[in-house]
Design a protein around this ligand. Structure first.
Ligand code: AMP
Ligand code: GLY
Length: 424
């Protein structure tokens, strides 16, 4: 098969690395890709939302399957674009159609879906500019901290958690009236604060059948001890040690089953990954968000633990026969440590040359913001690369990742040295 992956992060390098191991694969393309994917696939300089150029590439290279990494093209309807084109409709797309991608594209839609299907989540109400005063009144009925969420996609920045009621009201005003997050905050979901520890569960579904993939926990804050600004993710661990069999059973019965059945009941076609963000409140899982794709850097620990041929799994998704496959998971723990550019998640410089990559041992190096320049790997983004390692437990896995992180250098390099601090 000829396969195209859309995206350019550590997630896409990991998918490319895994699919490159499949005997079913003939040619692999990544658009636009990074320095890591360039070694194992053909990078094509096309943006993930440039559907016309993607169309040309798919026809020219006789691509049989497109695996969509990020949410943007899904929310923009890339799957529907293929289905509506007579020359493209036979191509397998891994990623949901636009209607189902709204689970990530609109927080209000996701909350309504959860309510309709009895999926445990935080109590909420949503507001727009005409109901601002009601929003203030609703805030007055809640206890701090206050959780305000821009309804639409806001590059991971649209959720505010505030301890002061006046600040919460002025932020609500900024979101609804001053368009703080543009159109994304024309509607704001205000919800109950859930106190507990977070984890993510990944599901691969063909729309009817599904496989629950390994759990993972990521570390979103830039600073040690989970302080400072939010990032795309500074590292991850899989499996999550506190997700024992009893808790996983609850996740399966109370969250995963009603989610997949709900998609079917609502006629929302879904072939792809569902990323369920959860908080463990007491012993109960509660959903804080759905994403319609894999997480990054969660992918860098989840995918390496899957022993199956990923292309075979994707083929089964496409032909609605996932029930015929048994998932095989590596029992070991995987950890990943994200190396980032100095200054990230605020302003940072690009184009810094990397040193020491060839000295690393015993880890998988997944590139994110990198590119090749005159044969040299240079930085090209905030999150630069993820170092994934295995171990009998997360401490062992992390020790190997940190051993290798210390060997790599570029100007301004930064990474969190305390991953797993909350799991001991
Ligand atoms: P989201 O984009 O909905 O995942 O929210 C981003 C982050 O905000 C989550 O990863 C949580 O850390 C936090 N968060 C979201 N909703 C809640 C909530 N209801 N209670 C506590 N924390 C939350
Ligand atoms: N690591 C969080 C995300 O991919 O959304």
């Amino acid at each position: 098969m000829n396969i195209l992956i859309l995206g350019s992060g550590g997630r896409e390098h990991t998918l490319a690395w895994k699919m490159a191991q499949s005997p079913l694969l003939k040619h692999l393309f990544v658009a636009p890709g990074n320095a890591g994917t360039e070694v194992i696939a053909k990078n094509v300089p096309i943006g993930v939302n440039d559907f016309e150029k993607i169309r040309e590439l798919v026809l020219q290279e006789k691509i049989d399957m497109v695996v969509v990494g990020p949410e943007d093209p899904l929310v923009n309807g890339v799957h529907d674009f293929f289905l509506n084109d007579t020359e493209l409709k036979h191509v397998a797309i891994i990623g949901p159609e636009k209607a189902a991608a709204t689970l990530e594209g609109s927080k209000e839609f996701a909350k309504e879906f959860m309510m309709r299907h009895d999926i445990p989540t935080a109590a909420y109400r949503s507001f727009n500019k005409d109901t601002l005063e009601e929003g203030y009144d609703f805030l007055d009925t809640l206890n701090p901290p206050y959780v305000l969420k821009a309804d639409g996609l806001a590059a991971g920045k649209g959720v505010l958690i505030l301890s002061d009621i006046q600040e919460a009201k002025s932020e609500l005003n900024a979101m609804l009236i001053d368009s703080k997050f543009g159109d994304a905050s024309a509607t704001v979901v205000i919800e109950e604060f859930l106190d507990g520890i977070e984890l993510s569960v990944f599901v691969l579904t063909d729309g009817t059948n599904y496989k629950i993939l390994p759990t993972a926990k990521d570390y979103k804050r830039i600073g040690e001890g989970d302080t400072g600004l939010n990032t795309g993710g500074m590292g991850a661990i899989s499996p999550v040690p506190f997700a024992d069999a009893a808790f996983m059973h609850k996740i399966h019965e109370n969250v995963v089953k009603p989610t997949v059945n709900g998609l079917r009941a609502d006629a929302l076609p879904y072939k792809g990954f569902i990323f369920i963000g959860l908080i463990k409140v007491g012993e109960e899982p509660k959903v804080i968000e759905y994403n319609v794709r894999l997480g990054d850097p969660e992918t860098e620990v989840v995918i390496p633990r899957i022993k199956n041929d990923l292309v075979e799994l994707f083929k089964a998704v496409s032909s609605s026969s996932l029930d015929r496959i048994d998932l095989e998971i590596d029992e070991r723990t995987a950890s990943t440590v994200m190396l980032v550019s100095g200054g990230y998640p605020e302003a940072y410089e690009k184009g810094k040359e990397m040193h020491g990559l060839e000295e690393t041992t015993d880890s998988l190096i997944f590139h994110a913001g990198t590119k090749l320049e005159n044969g040299k790997v240079v930085t090209n983004g905030g999150r630069v690369m993820a170092i994934t390692s295995f171990g009998d437990n997360f401490q062992e896995a992390l020790a190997t990742s940190y051993k290798n992180a210390a060997k790599i250098d570029f100007e301004g390099i930064n990474y969190r040295k305390d991953l797993g601090f909350d799991l001991n």
